[in-house]
Unconditional design. Structure first.
Length: 208
């Protein structure tokens, strides 16, 4: 059986695409799945995380890594599908023709939105391309502040744009700390680990 591809896309920088890819990859691997991550963002943050992970866990990184230009996504995904159950694609913060190859490969597109209306306004361009490519998208509320009026307003507005994941990731230091260590919050304890686990389960169910 070939692997499923999840593309993470958002035209606004700072929405937490790489953080989402990293933590889902680790959460999926913790469930015994073979996981590959593909970095198409020239900034290379995902690659730096992977190298930190290899240094921290030389015998058990549990995640395979590759890079590709925008137009090399199809070729790399084809290779990674054969070796992985799940392939997560990290994309640059822009919406143009370069994003389309990553969307075409996707069985599911995740669109992270952090706790601001500015992030939400940036979703329109992504959703338009997703719809043109005939793909499914799920908005993931990321870096949210639980219990605030702004979070409630963003969540309500997001629901009007399309499907929204029930599980949310809050603003927590653990996400930044583990990223710098080459880890994911699933390899720690606490609320962040529970959030990532719930989101991973929801996404696996959406892929069935």
């Amino acid at each position: 059986m070939t692997g499923r591809v999840i593309t993470v896309a958002q035209q606004k920088g700072g929405a937490g695409k790489t953080t989402l890819v990293v933590n889902l990859a680790v959460a999926f691997a913790a469930r015994g799945l073979r996981v590959g991550v593909l970095d198409t963002d020239p900034q290379g943050s995902l690659g730096r995380w992977f190298m930190a992970r290899r240094a921290a866990l030389p015998a058990g990184a549990g995640v395979e890594f590759s890079t590709a230009s925008a137009w090399g996504v199809g070729y790399e995904c084809e290779k990674m599908r054969k070796a992985a159950d799940i392939v997560l694609v990290d994309t640059p913060p822009k919406v143009d023709a370069d994003l389309r190859p990553a969307l075409r490969e996707a069985d599911l597109v995740l669109v992270p939105v952090s706790g601001s209306m500015v992030d939400l306004w940036a979703v329109d361009g992504v959703m338009d391309l997703v719809n043109r490519e005939g793909r499914r998208a799920l908005i993931v509320l990321n870096r949210m502040r639980p219990g605030t009026r702004l979070t409630a307003e963003v969540a309500k507005a997001a629901e009007a744009l399309g499907g929204v994941a029930v599980a949310r990731l809050a603003t927590r230091v653990a996400y930044a700390e583990t990223l710098g260590q080459g880890l994911g919050v699933a390899e720690t304890r606490g609320l962040a680990a529970a959030e990532a686990a719930a989101l991973a389960d929801e996404i696996l169910a959406a892929l069935e």
